[in-house]
Design a protein around this ligand. Structure first.
Ligand SMILES: [Zn+2]
Length: 230
């Protein structure tokens, strides 16, 4: 009675391939087609690692935030093509520990610390992963300079964003738009070769580790100072 169970990767590949190159689909439609919804984002990422080009609104402003555009089908795992090796080789052992230690067990994208709850998702704690600044499928290497600590959320998102790298002109335009204070901070990160938390971010992390009562007290003191300033 039991049907042959397809892996979630094959299910997502089948769904995307069914749309065809040039086809669009919505996130809800994808979730509806894949029984294990929690796996959908991860499997989309796996497909991208195997040469599937699937645009989202971050790389293609003509799309809505919940919309995807199939640009190119990659390795047809849905037709039984073997999955390429080493597409998701994780960084382990001494190298992993060295990177985490260097980055202070802190996500280099959003600043959350390992084991800390996400400020916008109480009850969900951050797990550090090792991410690539330049993704492996774009020639990025497993060198220390190309690796950084990322929480599980930012790891997924930054891989989405790096489907297509930004252009030189885009980056130059955005860099020139910031305030002098922003530019100074950005320049210090460029000099260091990695993102470092600002003084305010460090303070926020310290504050968030206080007891709830102490957090309220410190916030009240700050409130009185901020209100006085206004
Ligand atoms: Zn993060």
């Amino acid at each position: 009675m039991t049907a042959v169970r397809k892996s979630s990767l094959v299910q997502v590949a089948e769904f995307v391939a069914g749309k065809g190159e040039g086809g669009k689909f919505g996130k809800l439609e994808l979730f509806g087609a894949v029984p294990e919804v929690s796996q959908a984002d991860r499997r989309m990422r796996d497909l991208r690692q195997m040469g599937w080009q699937i645009d989202n609104y971050k790389v293609n402003p003509s799309l809505r935030p919940d919309e995807y555009l199939v640009r190119k089908l990659g390795t047809r795992v849905d037709l039984g093509e073997p999955r390429p090796k080493n597409t998701r080789k994780s960084i382990t052992g001494p190298k992993r520990r060295r990177i985490l230690e260097r980055d202070g067990h802190t996500c280099q994208v959003c600043g959350v610390r390992a084991g800390q709850e996400f400020p916008d998702a109480p009850g969900r704690t951050a797990v550090m992963t090792i991410g690539h600044l330049v993704p492996v499928n774009r020639g990025g290497q497993n060198t220390d300079a190309n690796l950084r600590a990322e929480c599980q959320r930012c790891g997924d998102e930054s891989r989405d964003v790096t489907v297509d790298p930004p252009s030189y002109e885009q980056v130059l335009a955005h860099v020139s738009q910031g305030s002098l204070k922003d530019k100074r901070l950005l320049y210090s990160w460029m000099q260091a070769g990695r993102r470092m938390p600002s003084d305010s971010e460090k303070l926020f992390l310290e504050w968030s580790r206080l007891s709830p009562a102490d957090r309220l007290n410190v916030a009240a003191v700050l409130e009185s100072q901020v209100v006085k300033e206004l």
